[in-house]
Design a protein around this ligand. Structure first.
Ligand code: GRF
Length: 209
């Protein structure tokens, strides 16, 4: 059974999707062992508590640099013998120390079809504002392995939805969450926990069970 750490910084709807998938038995061979937040008192921590999952706060503002924060995070992950790290709305930059230990074992969800609307500055509502301003007719979500370069690691799963003429950033964000993110992230985590993801360079191959 693989031990999963979920990293959060906000509301935690993706964390909730993972918790719900776990309770339906859909995270095969994996267990959410800890929730770690980079921001105190966020609602994601309440979700963890309600589900009986231990949680910790590593408050970014008490660390002098991204590197020192990453080292503290790594220490906690090692102490808990975590196998896979899931970034579910984690808004804090991490440095290479994490990937040296967790190589192809850190998973992130991004609310667009990478490589579109991704990279530095593309987070939260900005992603959807940019997609609408560009006039794309589809957008969606991407689950990918995290590497040192922002939003550039090997893609695990993607799903698209239509962009509709009257969409606002908020409406598009909600559609992408409901129709893409909340199903894709648990699916990808379950595939990882079953050792069904093989990374060949940039390409992730999904192996049959
Ligand atoms: C999601 O849109 C996710 O794709 C992005 O941050 C947002 C987090 O939302 N990385 P929540 O905290 O899971 O509700």
């Amino acid at each position: 059974m693989k031990k999963i750490a979920v990293l959060v910084s906000g509301g935690g709807t993706n964390l909730q999707a993972l918790i719900d998938a776990q309770s339906r038995g859909e995270i095969v061979n994996g267990k959410i062992s800890v929730v770690i937040s980079s921001v105190p008192e966020v609602y994601a921590l309440e979700r963890a508590q309600k589900a009986g999952i231990p949680s910790y706060v590593l408050d970014r503002k008490y660390y002098p640099s991204s590197q020192s924060m990453t080292v503290a995070l790594l220490e906690k992950l090692r102490e808990l013998s975590i196998d896979v790290v899931v970034m579910a709305g984690f808004m804090t930059i991490v440095t290479k120390e994490l990937f040296e230990v967790y190589n192809n074992s850190v998973i992130n969800i991004h609310p667009a079809l990478i490589p579109s609307f991704a990279g530095p500055g593309c987070y939260g509502l900005h992603v959807h504002e940019k997609a609408l301003a560009y006039g794309v007719k589809v957008s969606g979500a991407t689950v990918h392995f995290v590497t040192e370069e922002c939003d550039s690691g090997p893609i695990i799963l993607q799903k698209a939805v239509d962009v509709l003429p009257d969409d606002t950033p908020e409406v598009l964000q909600r559609r992408i969450m409901e129709q893409c993110e909340w199903t894709l992230l648990p699916q990808a985590v379950s595939l990882f926990c079953q050792n069904r993801l093989r990374v060949d360079g940039r390409v992730v191959r999904i192996l049959e069970p």
